[in-house]
Every structure is written in structure tokens, then in C-alpha cells.
Design a protein around this ligand. Structure first.
Ligand code: GLC
Length: 542
């Protein structure tokens, strides 16, 4: 168990993300719930993780699956009660696992009592909790667009003004310029800290300091001022792990966010590697093949750029991204081996690893008929492209590759009905491959993807070089090999990955010839790396 009284305990931690709607249903409603998470805590303890990042469970009309909160201090009845939540926190803690809440602070639901008041009139004390601009019906303040499509402005006739929303119209942006808003937020966070949570993930945190008049949404001028105040008023009063979602982060900004003095956050999620297979200037749906050399060089830049002066988060999946084995691996003939390669590639690096539910099983993307998709981003995208005259198959191809519901299908627990997720009808179909890919089968198989994740977590805890070592990229221009070295005094690791369906000639360089193999994903063959082969070599103290 980690010593969580140590300031930087999260540097040795591994985090597991739960998307509660799809994790474990205990009522037959077809939707996962908090008692279901409690039921599966032993599974998570067996895997070896230290923290659960829980996607939002607060009261919400669920327009964006909980990222539209109507009461920050209550649990959505769909997931259970506040008493269930307290039990989850306690039961997890008993197993050495901390709960990381998802804080959605950029916006609320339009059903939040603050917004219900705010839209009643300009004189209402809550009016200034949100971002309003004068205008006339049909004459928008400017041309800003919302992330989920359509204009970022919504007209409210009662006040004769538009409010600003970076996401759906049901997600009005909070006005962080107003000190009363900031105070409400700090009090709410302190309240959750009192409930015993051990960390927070901050949703789209780089978008809080907006200035719509200048069309600034991300990295606004007051962003780091707000974050430092937030951190002083809340996080620094405890010993927490905090991670901000920051699509706009570059390395200099990440150094600020994750400065070792703890003045802002523990770390951020940056997305530089995750957008490399998108075409510049185009939407995320317009795909390009992964530029492999750029990808590994980008990882190397971040590894070196934050070493000793910041901290990386390590992730390849979350509830907004397609399944990595379908995206960068081969989810057909080499599913198991390529899922393990991706895990080995990532978990050998410096930073705090995040595992998204089902990633540890090598779960894959799904292909559904359009009417079965639930995500509002997918639905909006489909309608927009249809209206533009785009052929149906082409739109579906983009959704199959990039749609968020790929990651949101229910957790595959066993080969029984409903994959052990539900006895009812799941809110989103279970992937039909659950008979083959499921937790029960993988836990019984020492060569499974699950076993590989379990081992990687254990290695990180055993060898300090995983946590503290520096990073050097080998074979920087090689089109298929991703090889890097980590070193900490006399302890060294060499992580070797053959990325792709082709075998590649390779010989261990001199000091590594007789090195110990800590983990590997297929039988070794002298002088050759097989398709998707990966291993970690170790030199140093035994
Ligand atoms: C973040 C969340 C995403 C959500 C959006 C709006 O990007 O991860 O799921 O839709 O913020 O809150």
C-alpha cells in the first residue's frame, strides 16, 4: 500500500478510470451503479491499482452522461445515494484505494438551481454566475461555435440576452471572473474532501478562464491565477492527487500546471499524442494513419520536458477516446499481443499511468447501426454530415473509428448473459465479443492482457527506476521500433516495442545482451522481433 501521507505519493500510483454507467449494474436497470463498483473492488485490488477516477456520479439530467451537473453535493439516483458513495469511499480505502472525483467546473447543467435563478432576470443575484452578452434574437454576439456543434450562444427571452456555452446548450459556462462563483466551488470541493475523497480530475480545466469577446476559450489570461487560488483554497489543505484535463497544454504550460511546489495541480492530461492521427485543421473525425515516428518523438519530448520539473500523466484511453487496441494496435489476429505492447510501451515511461475500464482486458471498438448510438457528440456529428450530403457509409466509418461510444460499451465481466454487467437491457449494447474477451476468462489465464497489466503495475511498485528514472529515445527515426531507455543510478530499463504486423531484425545492444527480462509478450527469437513483440529489459540491483 502506498504511504499517502507522503506529499508526492501519487508519483508511484496507478489510476483506474471507471465510467459508472457501464461498469456494473446491480439493479437490472441496464445502467451501472455505485453498489456495482463496490462489488468489483476486489477485482481492482487484484489488478493492483491505487486510485479510482470516477467519471461524474453527481445529480445530473444526463444530457452529456453526467458532465452536466445539477447538484454537486448529491449523487444521481440512477447511480445510488450519498450513503452508497460514502460506503464506496470507505470500502475502497479499506483496500488501499482512493477515490478521485470528476469535477466539472467549467459549466453546470442548465437545470442547476444557480442557472434556473440566473435566467430569471438580470437583477437576480445568480445572473452573474454565468456568461451573458446582449443581443437580439437571431443576432448572435459573435460566431463562436460549441464543441458539440452549433453556435456557442443561446438566447433567453426573459432576460433579453445570450448565454455562453462551450459544449451543449444544456451546459452553460460558469463565470469564473465572479469571485462568488469561485467561493461556491471551493466550498463544494472542501465538502468532498471532508467526505474522504483522495483526489480530483478537473474536466476541461484550461477552458475556465474564457473571454468570449476576444474569442478566447482555452488558456485564457487568468487561467493560472485561478488555478493557484483554487489549489491554495482547497487541494493544498489535504494530501491529494489532482489531474486537469488540458487539451491546450504544451510542455511549458504543463510545467506550470504540475510544478513540483504543488502550487497548481499534480499533473495534467495533455493530448499531443492523441491527436497525431487527426488531420491538421480538420475535425477529429477526419482520419489519417498514425505518424509513428512523430508519435514516439512526441512522447520523448514530454518525457524529457517534464523530468525533474513537472509530472506526466500516462494514458492511451478514456471515455472520450476510441479503444487503443483498435486504434493503434491490431484488434484482429494480434489483439492480445498488440494490447500488451501498448501497455508495455506506456507503463515503461515516467509518470502516473491511467487505465480505462476494459483496457486491461484488451476490449475493442464496436460498430453499431446509427440509431443505437447514445452519445450526443456522435448524433450531432451524424446529423451535420448528413445535412452536408455526406454518404452514410463514410459517416459511419468515422464514427466506428472515433466515436466516443466505442469506449463506453459495458464492461465485459464474464461469458454469461449481459456479460455479467446487467441482468436487464444494457443502456448501450454489450460488444458481441464478450464471450471471448471478459474478465473471468482473463483472470484464469496467466498469459492474458489482464495478467500483463497486473505485472506492469507490480513492476512499477518494485523498481524505483520506473518512477524516478530519466528517459532516452533509441532508434529515433526507425519506422517500426519504439525503443527507449530509463535510468536511475545503476538501475536501467530498456523498453523494446516492435510496432506493427511485420517482424523486424533486432539485436540487444551491448550492455543489454544478458539483461534480465522483466516482462515480454511472446516467445523470444534470436535476432528478430516478431509482429507486435514487446519486452522490458533490466540491469541493476537484483
Ligand atoms: C470533457 C469530458 C467529456 C465531456 C466534456 C464536457 O472533455 O471528458 O466527456 O463531454 O468535457 O464536459
Amino acid at each position: 500500500m502506498l504511504d499517502k501521507t507522503k506529499k508526492d505519493w501519487w508519483k508511484s500510483a496507478v489510476v483506474y478510470q471507471i465510467y459508472p454507467k457501464s461498469f456494473q449494474d446491480t439493479t437490472g436497470s441496464g445502467v451501472g451503479d455505485i453498489p456495482g463498483i463496490i462489488r468489483r473492488l476486489d477485482y481492482l485490488q487484484t489488478l493492483g491499482i491505487d486510485v479510482i477516477w470516477l467519471s461524474p456520479v453527481c445529480a445530473s439530467p444526463q444530457v452529456d452522461n453526467g458532465y452536466d451537473i445539477s447538484d454537486y453535493r448529491d449523487i444521481d439516483p440512477m447511480f445510488g445515494t450519498l450513503a452508497d458513495m460514502r460506503r464506496l469511499i470507505a470500502e475502497a480505502k479499506r483496500r488501499g484505494i482512493g477515490i478521485m472525483m470528476d469535477l466539472v467546473l467549467n459549466h453546470t447543467s442548465d437545470q442547476h438551481p444557480w442557472f434556473v435563478q440566473a435566467r430569471q432576470g438580470r437583477e437576480n443575484p445568480y445572473h452573474d454566475y454565468y456568461v451573458w452578452r446582449d443581443g437580439q434574437p437571431g443576432r448572435l454576439p459573435n460566431g463562436m461555435q460549441a464543441v458539440f456543434g452549433g453556435p456557442a450562444w443561446e438566447w433567453v427571452p426573459e432576460v433579453g440576452q445570450y448565454y455562453f456555452h462551450q459544449f451543449a446548450p444544456q451546459q452553460p459556462d460558469l463565470n469564473w471572473e465572479n469571485p462568488a462563483v469561485r467561493r461556491e466551488i471551493y466550498d463544494m470541493i472542501l465538502w468532498w474532501m471532508d467526505q474522504g475523497v483522495e483526489g480530483f480530475r478537473l474536466d476541461v480545466i484550461d477552458q475556465i478562464a474564457k473571454d468570449p469577446d476576444l474569442e478566447i476559450t482555452c488558456n485564457g489570461p487568468r487561467l493560472h491565477e485561478f488555478l493557484r487560488e483554487l489549489s491554495t483554497e482547497t487541494f493544498q489543505k489535504g494530501c491529494l492527487v489532482t489531474v486537469g484535463e488540458a487539451w491546450g497544454a504544451d510542455i511549458p504550460r504543463a510545467r506550470l500546471y504540475s510544478a513540483p511546489d504543488g502550487s497548481e495541480l499534480s499533473m495534467v492530461f495533455q493530448f499531443e499524442q492523441m491527436v497525431l492521427d487527426q488531420q491538421p485543421g480538420k475535425e477529429k473525425w477526419d482520419l489519417a494513419p498514425l505518424p509513428f515516428v512523430k508519435m514516439k518523438q512526441s512522447f520523448a519530448r514530454w518525457q524529457q520536458g517534464l523530468h525533474g520539473c513537472g509530472w506526466n500523466s500516462l494514458f492511451l484511453n478514456n471515455h472520450d477516446l476510441p479503444r487503443i487496441v483498435s486504434r493503434w494496435g491490431n484488434d484482429g489476429a494480434y489483439r492480445v499481443r498488440s494490447a500488451k505492447l501498448l501497455a508495455i510501451m506506456l507503463h515503461g515511461m515516467q509518470g502516473t499511468p491511467y487505465i480505462y475500464q476494459g483496457e486491461e482486458l484488451g476490449m475493442t471498438n464496436i460498430q453499431l447501426p446509427i440509431e443505437q448510438y447514445q452519445d450526443l457528440e456522435i448524433r450531432n456529428f451524424y446529423q451535420k454530415r448528413r445535412a452536408e450530403g455526406c454518404p452514410e457509409e463514410e459517416i459511419l466509418r468515422s464514427i466506428y473509428a472515433k466515436g466516443r461510444d466505442n469506449a463506453r460499451t459495458p464492461m465485459q465481466w464474464n461469458a454469461g448473459p449481459g456479460a455479467g454487467f446487467t441482468t436487464g437491457t444494457p443502456w448501450l449494447p454489450v460488444n458481441p465479443n464478450y464471450r471471448e474477451i471478459n474478465a473471468q476468462a482473463e483472470m484464469a489465464d496467466p498469459d492474458s492482457v489482464f495478467a500483463c497489466y497486473q505485472k506492469l503495475i507490480a513492476l512499477r511498485k518494485r523498481y524505483p527506476v520506473f518512477v524516478e528514472g530519466d528517459f532516452a529515445l533509441h532508434e529515433a527515426e526507425h519506422p517500426r521500433l519504439f525503443v527507449y531507455e530509463r535510468s536511475l543510478g545503476e538501475e536501467k530499463l530498456l523498453v523494446v516495442c516492435n510496432f506493427g504486423d511485420e517482424a523486424t531484425p533486432w539485436k540487444a545492444p551491448d550492455p543489454w545482451k544478458n539483461a534480465q527480462v522483466l516482462i515480454e509478450n511472446c516467445p523470444r527469437q534470436e535476432g528478430t522481433l516478431q509482429p507486435w513483440e514487446a519486452r522490458i529489459l533490466y540491469c541493476g540491483k537484483q
